[in-house]
Design a protein. Structure first.
Length: 450
């Protein structure tokens, strides 16, 4: 008997959401089938989630172009200068290394191809910290003082809200690889805010749907009380309820809190089928509290802010059967190899592809604009993401541009087509499962349009 006995009827209700999705069995890290011992333990933990799709969907990217990169037909007196505002301290510091590596890889490849408008591009890195500090404001002031044309970051939606007006008000592009709050879609940003991470509207739909296909009828939520946490929670709740489920507990905590016993006690008391943790690294404290109260790891569902490698944090088996989601396709081995060449210490690749894509898109838009001015680059970002010849590297795409062709950049984070608001209109959300060593195993990737 499974913990979630109504998986079949619940799955049938998902069609009411009308989301077009494509399931892809993972091609990374070997077989997605658990070992015999893992399967037995998972069953005991109440896993009833659907098996990965049996058909293999390709995430290979079109390259476009070919041969030597022709010289630029334009020129600039001022080289393109990028800043990064990514976390090396604070609650999202685990996301900093892959994002910074993605930026550095993108810059290297752009310069290896001859740069933008005949000149190599530059990058200056600064820490974003988190919302408990004023580091982001200080770092932004320093980057603007150095004359950057675009700032890649922040990772946290809450942090971005503290600096978006400062950045866009200076006529500089803010391009986040990881902001997912729906609030940015309607922000008065003068057309200068862009992102490669999809709005939480999509991740919320995917996670809400997935828990329903696992047979959960009720869920309890522990949620970070900020733009990211409450925004994602709203969309998870909407999707789960639309599929016939019920949220029986939703407990908030604030950034900087270190004690979560009260929230966990209230959620446990509601006896939900599944537990949703919408947090950052606070999950390291919350997970042991929940499992210590008798919840099985297979009842845990995580999100992009906390779906990470816990092999060094918990005893083996602590996370076995837990699930998590975050935006993006499963990282291709060839790309992760390149990231490791940039930073051999990388253990996590989350948002590395989105950061790499941000560099390429800004660089291609500058080439198309014939300018390194932030507002001029912004005018071309949508154009280089749609309705042209497919390409997925700077060298291939800029070759096509210099041949007078329209391009459609699709990158390591998946297909990218921007809305007028600077949001991706289509994206993949990866679904992962934890193995006995508390590491992630990719299960399937869902493609959706907003």
């Amino acid at each position: 008997m499974t913990l979630f006995p109504h998986a079949g009827t619940r799955a049938a209700k998902l069609t009411v959401l009308g989301i077009g999705v494509a399931f892809m069995a993972t091609a990374c890290g070997g077989s997605s089938t658990p070992t015999a011992s893992e399967s037995t333990t998972a069953a005991a933990a109440g896993i009833a989630c659907p098996a990965p799709g049996s058909t293999s969907g390709s995430t290979a990217q079109a390259t476009g172009g070919g041969g030597a990169v022709p010289p630029s037909t334009g020129s600039t007196a001022t080289p393109l200068k990028l800043g990064s505002l990514l976390p090396t301290t604070g609650s999202l510091a685990f996301l900093g290394p892959p994002e910074i590596a993605g930026v550095n890889l993108g810059v290297k490849e752009v310069n290896d191809a001859g740069g933008v408008l005949g000149k190599p591009i530059e990058v200056v890195h600064r820490d974003s910290g988190d919302t408990k500090t004023d580091i982001a404001t200080q770092s932004t002031s320093a980057l603007l003082g150095q004359g950057v044309n675009a700032i890649i970051g922040a990772a946290s939606s809450g942090v971005s809200k503290t600096v978006i007006n400062q950045i866009t008000g200076a006529g500089v592009i803010q391009f986040s690889p990881a902001n997912t709050s729906p609030d940015f879609t309607t922000w008065d940003d003068k057309g200068l805010y862009w992102r490669t991470a999809p709005s939480d509207v999509l991740q919320g739909k995917v996670l809400g749907n997935y828990m329903a296909t696992c047979g959960a009828q009720t869920i309890g939520m522990v949620v970070l009380n900020d733009a990211y946490g409450t925004g994602l929670a709203k969309n998870v709740k909407a999707a789960f309820e639309a599929a016939g489920g019920q949220v029986v507990a939703e407990e908030l905590f604030n950034t900087g809190d270190t004690q979560f016993g009260s929230q966990v006690d209230k959620v446990i008391a509601a006896k939900p089928d599944a537990y949703v943790l919408i947090t950052f690294d606070e999950a390291k404290s919350i997970i042991p509290l929940i499992t210590g109260k008798g919840a099985k790891p297979g009842q845990l569902f995580l999100v992009d802010g906390n779906t990470s490698d816990y092999s060094k944090d918990f005893q083996p088996g602590t996370m076995l059967g837990a699930h998590g989601t975050f935006p993006g396709t499963f990282a291709q081995e060839s790309f992760t190899k390149k990231l490791l060449e940039v930073d051999p210490a990388l253990k996590d690749f989350t948002y590395g592809g989105e950061s790499y894509d941000a560099v390429n898109l800004i660089s291609l838009a500058a080439e198309a604009a014939g300018s390194t001015s932030g507002p001029e680059i912004a005018k071309q970002l949508k154009a280089v993401s749609e309705s042209g010849e497919k390409c997925s590297t700077f060298a291939a795409c800029v070759t096509l541009l210099r041949q007078g062709k329209d391009i459609d950049y699709d990158g390591q984070s998946g297909p990218i087509t921007f809305s007028d608001a600077g949001d991706p209109t289509e994206a993949y959300i990866g679904i992962y499962e934890y193995t006995n060593d508390n590491k992630l195993k990719p299960l399937q990737s869902e493609f959706g349009k907003l």
